[in-house]
Every structure is written in structure tokens, then in C-alpha cells.
Design a binder for this molecule. Structure first.
Ligand code: FAD
Length: 451
């Protein structure tokens, strides 16, 4: 209500930086939900009432306390690059932009302790001095924050070695501020970090993270062309299984998707599938041998360059593959799939043939529950929601799991269509009033007020 917002403003005036100009608030209430025509129709136009920009954990607590006392919803925001409207406030209120919490506390014992607002490219650049880097990052590394990745992401470049973000050990610890009149600070370690991982910011405000690290290698960006997509996928899997090759990314992509990769035109021959990979310089000979065995042609080999003005190849992988297509043709959208590891190539071939006019395959090799498998982010020609749901059901009927990117609630985007029980229970501790982006975790109902 206007009264509650006025009370909040007077609490925070002079204590926390606030942005009130409607156009700026609207801009920072959006993310990349427009990739989905379904979400675009549902979320376009939603906005917070103001943005708070805390510079410290104490300021985060001041905002949390004020929201709890006046019943104002709060939506946490990092880089705002999420795809399912995770950072879109469904019921207005405060957008809490945590990008000011960007300090590294320490780097030791193969881990880093950092503020959640640090952008991952900056974080990796700082870690490299110690010979280390994040185990994995999303393809949005250059704009997304580490806190947004933990709270909203699933995996990415590096997942071929370490699995998805939520696999055990990929997040070591998190410090969380609760949304209460007198906010508490909780330290989560071990499996307790599942309370905040991929919870879309509904279970407390993360103010510090401890992330395990991997050794830095001089990575080489590679493109290989193949006569057909399945051979590219077979070769990718062989490279994945080859202990002689140190890799960070393995991405088979079917034609015609490379036709939209305009700056890479010279390296993407017409009509051919490609494999994008990141390989350590020292193991390139072993990689080249695998490519030769599969009959592929290397069309590009260049050191990874993440400096401004350059586009690393990972910005053609993961959900950037989708973006490269959407830049010129908005009639496409996408799916997120996971093929069964026990009959992997059979499943990949089956799905590549099933909807030839509507789906173009794009795969990402990942480790999943201790085995290599392909996740898919295929491009999908959109007609309507019914057809979309039919195609999703056809995948699931064939044992291909779909994480539906066309829904905005936590539950509907997961396999089980319900909130993980540990997160639902954890939310009762961290957000008893249900003020953290209400509606996002739809199975949560606030406890009745105490008499
Ligand atoms: P935001 O969008 O700002 O927030 C994401 C969620 O986290 C929101 O629910 C927000 O409320 C919550 N949140 C943010 N900070 C905190 C905090 N401190 N405490 C509590 N909650 C918080 N994702 C992948 O996993 N892998 C990919 O490869 C990938 N590729 C992408 C490619 C493109 C082109 C696009 C547009 C998106 C892609 N994404 C990918 C999705 C997204 O970019 C990543 O998940 C990214 O890490 C999100 O970080 P962010 O800082 O932008 O988070």
C-alpha cells in the first residue's frame, strides 16, 4: 500500500540508496523472460515500486527489517539475466539490487568467499592471480552475478567436469539474511545450502557465498564442422570420455542454427553441424586425434578471449545459442531437456528425428549423477501453448526430462512440479511472512499471525 511504502521510505531515508524514478525501476524489474512468448504475455509490464541498493550486509538487514515491519514484498536482483522472470516482482514492492555486495573476503584451500553481487567475469579475473577459477559459470558470465547464478542458475561452462550447480559440493557455504522485523543471519554449510540453491530468491537474502574452485588452464576456443549432427554429438561424447583431453565445454549444434552466428560465418560451413569446445592448450593434440577419427574438420582454434570487444565462443553455447537466433528471428523459442545417460545416443537420435520441422537440436555435455550425458537446449519454432505442451509431453513420454522454461513459478519449472521440501521448510524459517517475491514459490502459505 502507499502508506506502507511511505513508512519504508522514511525508515530507509539516508541509510540505504533508493531509486524511485519509474522508468529506471521498471527497467530493473525485468529479466530475459521475453525468450518465452508464454512468459512474455504474463510478465511484461510488472514492476517493483522502488529499487534499494544496499552497500553492506547491515544495509540489507535494514531493508529486510523495514519490509517485514510494513508488509512490503521484496525481490532480490543480481545481474537480471535470468530467463524465467525469476527477478521480476510479481506483486511490486522493493527490488533489492545486491550488486554492491561485491567484495572477496578470501581465497584459500581451493575455495573463495565472496559477496553475491560480484560479476563472474570479474571474479574469475581476480581468482586467476591465484591460479584458480570458478568450477563452472553460465554463458552470461560477463553480466551475471555469482549470487544470481547460485539462486537462479543451473550450470554451464564447466558442468562437463563438475555436474550441475546443485550437485553436492558445488556450493560450499552461504550466509543468509532472513526477512523478519529483526532479521537474523544464518550460515549454511554442507547440504543445508540446498535451502537457497535455485530457490529464485524466495528463501532469504544471500550476502556471502563460499564457492569451490578449479585449476585455471589456458583454454582454447575450438569449432569443428561435421557432415551431420549425430556424428558431432558422438565425437563430443568421445572427447568427454577421453581422459587425455582436458575440457570445459562440449556443445554440438545442428544446422541451420550456425547460420545465425554471423560473426562466425567463416568458421561455420553451410549445411554442416558444428561442435563448439573449450580445450586446454596442452591437450589439443589428443582432441585433434578424436576429431580426425570422427571425420570432423577444425575450422577455428583460438585462445579464449573474454576482454571487451571480443566474443568468447561460450557466448554461442548454453542459452546464448538461443539468443544468437532470437537476435534476428523472434519466431523461435526453446526447451531445456536432459537425455537418459543409459541410452544416450539412441535418445539423442530419436529426439532429433521426432519434430524435424519444429525442433533444431543443440546439446551440452554435462556430468549428471556421476555419468556423462547430454542436456539439450533445442530451438523450437513456436506456434501456440498447446503445441508447446504437446512437444514437452512427447519428450517426457520418451524418457527425456524437460525443465520447462515457459513457467515462472519455482515448482512448475522443476521435474517434480513441487518445491523441494527442504526449501519449503527453509522458507518458513527465513521468510515466515511470505514477502520474498510472493507467488514465485506458489506452494508456500504464510503461517497465520500469532494472536
Ligand atoms: P538475476 O537474474 O538477477 O537473479 C536470478 C535469481 O536469483 C532471481 O530469482 C533473484 O531473485 C535471485 N537472486 C539474485 N541474487 C540473490 C541473492 N544475493 N540472494 C538471494 N537471491 C538472489 N543460466 C545457467 O545456469 N547457465 C547458462 O549457461 C545460462 N545461459 C544464459 C544465457 C543467456 C543469453 C541468458 C539470457 C540467460 C542464461 N542463463 C543461464 C540464466 C542466467 O543468466 C544465469 O542463471 C545467471 O547466473 C543469473 O545471474 P544474475 O546475476 O543475472 O541473476
Amino acid at each position: 500500500s502507499p502508506e506502507a511504502l511511505a513508512a519504508l521510505r522514511s525508515d530507509l531515508d539516508g541509510r540505504v540508496a533508493l531509486v524511485e524514478e519509474p522508468a529506471r525501476v521498471r527497467k530493473r524489474s525485468r529479466d530475459f523472460f521475453w525468450y518465452s512468448p508464454v512468459l512474455n504475455a504474463q510478465l511484461n509490464g510488472l514492476s517493483g515500486d522502488l529499487v534499494a541498493e544496499p552497500a553492506s550486509e547491515a544495509e540489507v538487514m535494514a531493508v529486510a527489517s523495514s519490509c517485514a515491519r510494513h508488509g512490503v514484498p521484496l525481490t532480490v536482483r543480481g545481474g537480471g539475466t535470468g530467463n524465467y522472470g525469476q527477478a521480476v516482482p510479481l506483486q511490486g514492492g522493493v527490488v533489492l539490487d545486491v550488486s554492491g555486495l561485491d567484495r572477496i573476503a578470501w581465497q584459500r584451500d581451493g575455495a573463495v568467499r565472496t559477496g553475491p553481487g560480484l560479476r563472474m567475469n570479474r571474479l574469475d579475473a581476480l581468482l586467476a592471480a591465484g591460479g584458480e577459477e570458478l568450477r563452472m559459470h553460465p554463458s552470461t558470465k560477463r553480466t551475471a552475478t555469482i549470487g544470481g547464478f547460485v539462486a537462479g542458475g543451473s550450470g554451464g561452462i564447466g558442468s562437463v567436469n563438475y555436474g550441475q550447480l546443485r550437485e553436492r559440493g558445488n556450493i560450499r557455504a552461504a550466509r543468509v539474511v532472513t526477512l523478519e522485523a529483526e532479521p537474523r543471519v544464518l550460515e549454511l554449510t554442507g547440504d543445508a545450502v540446498n535451502g537457497i540453491a535455485h530457490a529464485y530468491g524466495t528463501t532469504g537474502i544471500v550476502t556471502e557465498l563460499e564457492m569451490p574452485l578449479a585449476p585455471v588452464h589456458p583454454w582454447i576456443d575450438v569449432i569443428v564442422a561435421f557432415d551431420d549432427f549425430l556424428t558431432a554429438a558422438e565425437c563430443g561424447l568421445a572427447v568427454g570420455r577421453d581422459g587425455a583431453v582436458t575440457k570445459k565445454l562440449i556443445t554440438p549444434i545442428a544446422w541451420p542454427l550456425p547460420q545465425w552466428f554471423t560473426p562466425l560465418k567463416a568458421h561455420c560451413p553451410a549445411g554442416r553441424a558444428i561442435l563448439i569446445a573449450m580445450i586446454s592448450e596442452a591437450t589439443l593434440p589428443a582432441f585433434r586425434a578424436q576429431v580426425a577419427r570422427a571425420g570432423g574438420t577444425i575450422t577455428l582454434e583460438t585462445p579464449l578471449d573474454e576482454s571487451p570487444g571480443h566474443t568468447p565462443l561460450y557466448e554461442y553455447s548454453w542459452n546464448h545459442t538461443t539468443l544468437q537466433v532470437l537476435k534476428t528471428d523472434r519466431s523461435w523459442t526453446y526447451l531445456q531437456s536432459l537425455h537418459p545417460a543409459d541410452r544416450l545416443m539412441e535418445s539423442v537420435a530419436e529426439m532429433a528425428a521426432l519434430f524435424p520441422d519444429e525442433i533444431v537440436p543443440h546439446l551440452e555435455l554435462i556430468e549428471f549423477a556421476g555419468r556423462l550425458t547430454y542436456a539439450g537446449i533445442p530451438l523450437l519454432k513456436f506456434t501456440d501453448a498447446d503445441r508447446l505442451n504437446h512437444i514437452i509431453a512427447a519428450h517426457e513420454a520418451r524418457g527425456v526430462f524437460i525443465a520447462n522454461p515457459h513457467v515462472y513459478t519455482l515448482e512448475d519449472g522443476t521435474r517434480h512440479k513441487r518445491a523441494e521440501t527442504d526449501q519449503l521448510g527453509f522458507k518458513r524459517l527465513t521468510d515466515p511472512l511470505g514477502l520474498m517475491n510472493p507467488g514465485k514459490m506458489r506452494s508456500f502459505t504464510p503461517a497465520a499471525p500469532q494472536a
